[in-house]
Design a protein around this ligand. Structure first.
Ligand code: ZN
Length: 244
């Protein structure tokens, strides 16, 4: 069956002499793995259209196997700036990898795809690592594990510590031994980053310092990695159990 979808290419892998397998996050079909035939030949009609970061409109063929086949591809946005700048490339690569782990097969991923496209646009004109931090926090929320940032995740009291394992911000009374003291300015910054940017930002008492920005970025990444890892482990455990 032929079908259309819009997608961002997350990664690619060689297949034999001339073909390639691309992993995509699609608007209607979630995560899809598809073969692109003859893409590595010099006269390929796909050329460089199906590279990581490219936002594309596709026609695909779905047969009996999980592996679909790309029959047509048109680039909607190549995100060339992200591909060509090493700093942006490394920030953007973390976004692609996180999407790869959050998106599920045959589950519409419009919210994940929209967030990814918007974040890659922002990365192109504002190369700040905070764009990545905001992306990861918003992705956590879409995936259902948003951290607590204003109040203690355990008791709801004002918080100034942070612990990924406890679900984000924690108060001095509830903190576990792996919690880190971060202060309220960092937590406020993270809570601002966790919502999509709007035309009228919340008035803040002062701009965050470079150290606070760096810490917010590190915590956002640490938190998301911790929870993605845990999800992968529990999915693997559920799969192992299902075999019995
Ligand atoms: Zn508490």
């Amino acid at each position: 069956m032929l079908y259309k979808d819009e997608a961002v290419v997350l990664r690619t892998m060689r297949l034999g002499e001339a073909d390639r397998i691309v992993t995509l996050v699609g608007r209607n079909n979630g995560k899809v793995r598809a073969v692109v035939k003859g893409v590595r030949r010099t006269k390929s009609r796909f050329g460089g259209r199906l590279e990581p970061f490219s936002y594309v409109s596709l026609v695909l063929w779905r047969g009996k196997s999980d592996l679909h086949t790309v029959t047509q591809a048109e680039v909607l946005e190549p995100f060339r700036m992200v591909k060509e700048d090493l700093d942006l490339l490394s920030l953007g690569s973390v976004m692609l990898e996180a999407c790869d782990r959050v998106a599920q097969e045959s589950e519409a991923s419009s919210r994940v795809l929209n967030l990814l496209i918007e974040s890659l646009h922002r990365l192109s004109y504002d190369g700040s690592p905070l764009v990545l931090a905001g992306f990861l926090l918003q992705l956590s929320s879409i995936a259902g594990f948003a951290p607590s940032m204003n109040r203690c995740a355990e008791c709801g009291r004002p918080a100034s510590w942070f612990s990924p394992g406890q679900g984000g911000a924690v108060c001095p009374g509830c903190r576990s031994s792996d919690a880190e003291e971060v202060g309220t300015a960092v937590l406020e910054l993270m809570s601002d980053l966790a919502v999509p940017p709007t035309a009228t930002p919340r008035p803040t008492s002062r701009l965050p310092s470079a150290d606070e920005e760096a810490m917010a970025g590190r915590l956002a990444r640490f938190y998301t990695e911790y929870h993605l890892e845990r999800r992968l482990k529990s999915a693997a455990a559920a799969e192992a159990l299902a075999r019995f």
